[in-house]
Design a protein around this ligand. Structure first.
Ligand code: NDP
Ligand code: HSE
Length: 441
């Protein structure tokens, strides 16, 4: 058999230790698929002495010198499962420029400065694969960058964060509030000790940037993504969604827009939204991920599976390792980054969205007219209005009423201005809930 393909593994935590396990358990099959055995040349970690249980690996392979490991002549492929921007970026740029293929799960780095990695890969004539960076085990990036390359993608809508999907699913199933559901997610090991990146939408925004870049052949960074997390979603919002035949999900939405003059742009956003229970993403519960792709010729496609966890993520990493190892043996590398379209990224204010607004108002003559006047001034068209006695009590002169208004599609800036103006009306006691609506509810 051909001489081994040698890997430098950077990181041996949740994902890295499962990469080691799978490499060990599947070694014969992997060698047969590649045409050469895979060997670990070394494993860079922060603490060599850390207890790693019964990991099937020679302890002598561990090192605290990632750069030294990357530079070794006997290393062909660098697998990075450390995370963070620096020093990971410097390590991977060094490897790629030296012509070593890179497999990484580092969504934060790809979304912050994917350009540095792609440029280094082009310079070194090396492969850069990152299937595990979005939606864990789900084969998604390869279909976008290969299978769908003959098509034109118009929209990608996804649930790409398992922790927040678990929290929102629990709130929907039990009526729990955000804090209670987060506590459950933490107890079950879904949410990290510091859940900020997940619940504030940073993790989903990084994934949205990667998806949009691939779908629209345009460099999109995390800074281009409008981001809102789920911390403000209340049990009342969830109940209100239910009453409308909807559920609330943290969505990443990347869409191609065409203006009346035919100019194209993209908008990329992450925020909680109400979707109808009939929408394909509505049934995605627990910590699962799913991504719904709409393409011109292919139509609608749905990708579903486990978006996190050691073994599912390691599966995606290993798939990439097999691909780049085969390329090395064949003396080729994959097509480089496709960013030729270079579309402008629109600000959130220009994105076309719909709002669901709940108001606590005085129940007296002229109230509906005043409220409707605000929408008219902002050129936002109302789709439905429902009025009921606030708190379920009797309606009538002097008491409060709840108004639930769903709009037609309008620029987000106009919808936000409508809400601001409503808050200033004397007859509006409070704006109790504002949620975007997606998917035709
Ligand atoms: P962990 O925190 O579990 O593991 C990180 C590893 O990196 C540890 O082995 C740690 O060493 C090592 N490390 C940290 N800093 C350094 C350093 N300066 N030099 C050398 N080694 C270092 O992370 P995960 O395995 O959860 O995540 C890894 C990557 O995979 C991240 O980019 C993450 O976003 C991504 N990812 C993770 C998923 C998941 O479900 N966990 C899902 C999809 C992607 P030591 O062991 O000594 O502490
Ligand atoms: N924290 C992430 C999630 C891990 O909950 O989906 C996978 O990227």
């Amino acid at each position: 058999m051909t001489s081994p393909v040698r890997l430098a593994l950077l990181g041996c935590g949740t994902v890295g230790s499962d990469v080691v396990r799978l490499l060990h358990e599947q070694s014969a099959d992997l060698a047969a698929r590649i045409g050469a055995p895979l060997e670990i040349a070394g494993i860079a970690v922060r603490r060599v002495g850390r207890d790693r249980g019964d990991l099937p690996v020679d302890p002598a392979l561990f090192t605290t010198d990632p750069l030294g490991l990357i530079k070794r002549d006997d290393v062909d492929i660098v697998v990075e499962v450390v995370g963070g921007i620096e020093p990971a970026r410097s390590w991977l740029v060094e490897a790629l420029r030296a012509g070593k293929s890179v497999v990484t799960a580092n969504k934060a780095l790809l979304a912050e400065d994917g350009a540095a990695l792609h440029d280094a890969a082009a310079e070194g004539g090396a492969d850069l694969y990152y299937e595990a960076s979005v939606a864990g085990a789900i084969p998604l990036l390869r279909p976008l960058r290969e299978s769908l390359h003959g098509d034109r993608i118009n929209r990608v809508t996804g649930i790409v964060n398992g922790t927040t999907n678990f929290i929102l699913s629990a709130m929907d199933a039990t009526g729990a509030g955000f804090a209670e559901a987060l506590e459950e997610a933490t107890e079950l090991g879904y949410a990290e000790a510091d859940p900020t990146a997940d619940v504030e939408g940073f993790d989903a925004a990084a994934k949205a940037a990667i998806l949009a870049s691939l779908a629209f052949h345009t460099r999109v960074t995390a800074a281009d993504v409008h981001r809102e997390g789920i911390t403000a979603v209340t049990a009342a919002d969830v109940a209100s969604a239910r009453a409308m035949g909807c559920t609330i999900k943290l969505l990443c939405i990347a869409a191609r827009n065409t203006d009346p003059a035919g100019r194209e742009s993209v908008s990329v956003r992450v925020h909680p939204a109400m979707i109808p229970l009939t929408h394909p993403l509505a049934g995605v519960g627990d910590a699962f991920n799913a991504v719904f792709v709409e393409a011109e010729a292919a139509g609608q496609l749905m990708f579903y599976g486990r978006g996190a966890g050691g073994a599912p993520t390691a599966s995606a990493v290993l798939g990439d390792v097999v691909a780049v190892a085969r390329n090395r043996l064949a003396g080729v590398h994959a097509a480089s980054e496709s960013a030729y379209a270079d579309l402008a990224v629109r600000p959130m204010g220009e994105a076309l969205t719909r709002y669901h607004i709940s108001l606590d108002v005085a129940d007296r003559p002229g109230v509906l007219e005043a409220v409707a006047g605000v929408f008219a001034r902002q050129e936002v068209s109302i789709a439905t209005v429902r009025q009921s006695p606030a708190g379920g009590g009797p309606a009538g002169r002097g008491s409060d009423a709840e108004l639930v208004i769903v709009t037609h599609v309008a620029p987000d800036a106009a919808l936000a201005a409508t809400v601001r103006e409503l808050r200033g009306l004397e007859i509006v006691r409070s704006v109790t809930s504002v949620l975007r609506v997606e998917g035709g509810a």
